[in-house]
Design a protein around this ligand. Structure first.
Ligand code: ATP
Length: 199
């Protein structure tokens, strides 16, 4: 799976429709301070289902919509599309090319599309969650987060490393399975009691 392109239209400083094509290997984005480098990673996170306006450096979600400049009026809509090469079927049961689109209007109305078909936010979140690229994953690390990781306590840092390594997901599944096992044992004990009473 590879991110092939990113199209932003009305997202933060990208007022005009802008498409970035990512070729194989590593891509670096360079530019002066305030030119919109972080806005690019935020556009990717937003399209992947980010629900926290604060983590996108805003107060409310509509803050991601182009707010206008001295020379240009604000826009009423932000739209971001991610196109993935899925020829390795990293996203199972999906076509060779997968597109994800998120659109937001200033009145708060949102639309989500998976392969050009309208879907729910949940569908997008689930798609990435199952792939290990979920919202809380460390596949995208913002500037402030790096500092936070270095300054965190060893046990918290361990949690971060476990999450990055994909261990946390299994720890949570183990906890859930243990809880279900305990509940099943309780139910079994109750059944044995009833059988005992009936005998
Ligand atoms: P640095 O190198 O300092 O980290 P950067 O290249 O990462 O900067 P960004 O933080 O991505 O830059 O972009 C900041 C710019 O985006 C600012 O000029 C800000 O005014 C603009 N911006 C942010 N939100 C909006 C918005 N909703 N509408 C218009 N412009 C916006």
């Amino acid at each position: 799976m590879q991110l092939k392109s990113l199209t932003m239209n009305g997202f933060k400083s990208f007022a005009d429709k802008t498409t970035l094509h990512f070729s194989e290997g590593m891509t670096g984005v360079i530019g002066p301070n305030g030119s919109g480098k972080s806005n690019i990673t935020e556009a990717i996170r937003w399209a992947m289902g980010e629900q926290s306006a604060k983590s996108l450096r805003g107060e409310r979600m509509p803050d991601v919509i182009f707010a206008g400049t001295a020379l240009r009026k604000p826009l009423n809509r932000a739209e971001v599309t991610l196109t993935f090469d899925n020829s390795d079927h990293y996203f199972p049961k999906m076509p060779d090319e997968v597109t994800v689109t998120r659109r937001l209007f200033r009145n708060g109305e949102s639309e989500f599309y998976l392969n050009q078909k309208a879907c729910r936010l949940r569908d997008i979140v689930d798609l990435f969650m199952d792939s290990g690229l979920g919202r809380e994953s460390f596949s995208i690390i913002s500037q402030g987060r790096v500092e936070e990781i270095f300054n965190s306590k060893p046990e918290n840092r361990r949690g971060i490393i476990e999450e990055a390594a994909g261990v946390l997901k299994y720890k949570q599944k183990k906890k859930q399975a243990e809880k279900e096992l305990a509940e099943t044992s309780d139910n079994l004990a109750r059944v044995y009691d009833i059988v005992h009473e009936l005998e």
